[in-house]
Design a protein around this ligand. Structure first.
Ligand SMILES: Nc1ncnc2c1ncn2[C@@H]1O[C@H](COP(=O)(O)OP(=O)(O)OP(=O)(O)O)[C@@H](O)[C@H]1O
Ligand SMILES: [Mg+2]
Length: 367
């Protein structure tokens, strides 16, 4: 009996996306389905290229077709990805950017910039188009961490407007307040200047097409944070903390900002950084220098997941200081922890996009 496309679709409707709890046909993930003679070909379009379940889903598709249609068919599956977004692509603000992710913390020095840089690199490594915006006026560290300290963004005339072009390295588009001012000037900038620089990064910059734009924020909740939520619809926030009580207490305050009236930015999850230390000569021993499970505790309070747990490792600090982020070193034993963080973040962005409404820019009225 000849096989029809509808038979294949029916079989594939038994394959669920494990995160979105719907079948891949309903989710519109099956593309370019063709049946020709004994061969079936189609593409499964995942919600992110950073999907650790790629092989599992492909296997489930083959099994469904074999069991429910025929054992004899030649099945040719391409696993692709199109990063989801709740944004309309024709907006004036960051028109080609599908997801805007803010990385924040309450306390300083807990590892926001380290997380931002390695997360951005990990997403790019999976095949996504990624940008990183360093919005930390008080200590812009992205140029050091990515070794682009001496770069300057070019300015091009586009449609009669002067547009900044982000610097490119390791497949990332990068913009930092550090490119515009030197370190000594930056700290004396006042609120309105900082806000207007950040606005320029958004309105007068050609970021092109991006799946993810990662924003590395200064610690706490200040002018920059308010400008950010007023200027752009942030898809979600990632909260970085160490497990210690003082960091958690500050992280709660940062989280509270996103829960303020008329701010609708969802918190994607918590990253517990400096979670433990393992001496290189005793790698099986874990010492919880800053306390244990603080990240989990915060995540439980906020009813969000822990996106990753990163140990204290000298090469992470060294990589940051020398402009060779640890994500670029495939052989580093801490890779796995970072990959978990990258996969989980991509995953919870996809879940957020499926389940929640688009974020609105915040309209704060001063009376
Ligand atoms: N897991 C880790 N293991 C070892 N060193 C780390 C780790 N995470 C961060 N560091 C180091 O700790 C220092 C502070 O990290 P980072 O600059 O990322 O923090 P931050 O939260 O961005 O700080 P700030 O609040 O000043 O912006 C850096 O020197 C960084 O290399
Ligand atoms: Mg920082």
């Amino acid at each position: 009996m000849p096989v029809h496309e509808t038979d294949i679709l029916k079989a594939l409707s038994y394959v669920d996306d494990p995160d979105l709890h719907k079948d891949i046909v309903t989710l519109g993930m099956v593309k370019d389905l063709k049946v020709s003679g004994n061969t079936v070909s189609f593409m499964v379009e995942l919600t992110t290229p950073a999907c650790p379940m790629k092989d599992q889903i492909e296997h489930a598709c083959r099994t469904a077709i074999r069991k429910l249609v025929s054992e004899e068919l030649e099945v040719d599956i391409t696993m692709g990805a199109r990063v989801t977004s709740t944004r309309q692509q024709d907006q004036d603000i960051l028109p080609g950017v599908r997801n805007i992710i803010a990385v924040c913390s309450g306390k300083g020095g807990v590892g926001k910039s380290t997380v931002s840089v390695n997360l951005a690199l990990g997403l790019a490594k999976s095949g996504a188009k990624v940008g990183i915006m360093d919005a930390d006026i008080y200590g812009p560290s992205v140029p050091i961490m990515l070794d682009v300290r001496n770069e300057k963004p070019k300015v091009k005339q586009e449609d009669g407007k002067q547009m900044m072009q982000p610097v490119e390295k390791h497949g990332l588009k990068i913009l930092s307040i550090g490119f515009l001012v030197d370190d000594t000037q930056a700290v004396v900038w006042r609120g309105p200047m900082v806000s207007s620089a950040l606005r320029q990064f958004v309105t007068d910059t050609n970021w092109g097409e991006l799946d993810y734009l990662i924003i590395d924020l200064p610690p706490g909740t200040g002018d920059i944070h308010l400008t950010m939520v007023q200027t752009m619809p942030v898809t979600g926030a990632v909260i970085v903390t160490t497990p210690q009580e003082v960091a958690l207490a500050d992280a709660r305050k940062a989280a509270a900002m996103f829960h303020m009236a008329n701010i609708t930015v969802p918190i994607l999850g918590v990253v517990e950084n400096m979670a433990w230390f393992s001496p290189p000569e005793l790698p099986q021993n874990k010492y919880y220098l800053f306390g244990k499970d603080g990240g989990q505790q915060l995540a439980d309070e906020l009813k969000v997941p822990v996106l990753g747990r990163i140990p204290i490792v000298e090469s992470i600090r060294e990589g940051g200081d020398t402009g060779n982020p640890v994500m670029l070193d495939q052989t580093n034993p801490v890779q796995e922890a970072w990959e978990d963080l990258v996969f989980n973040t991509a995953r919870y962005i996809a879940i957020r996009n499926e389940e929640l409404q688009p974020t609105k820019k915040v309209d704060i009225k001063y009376t």
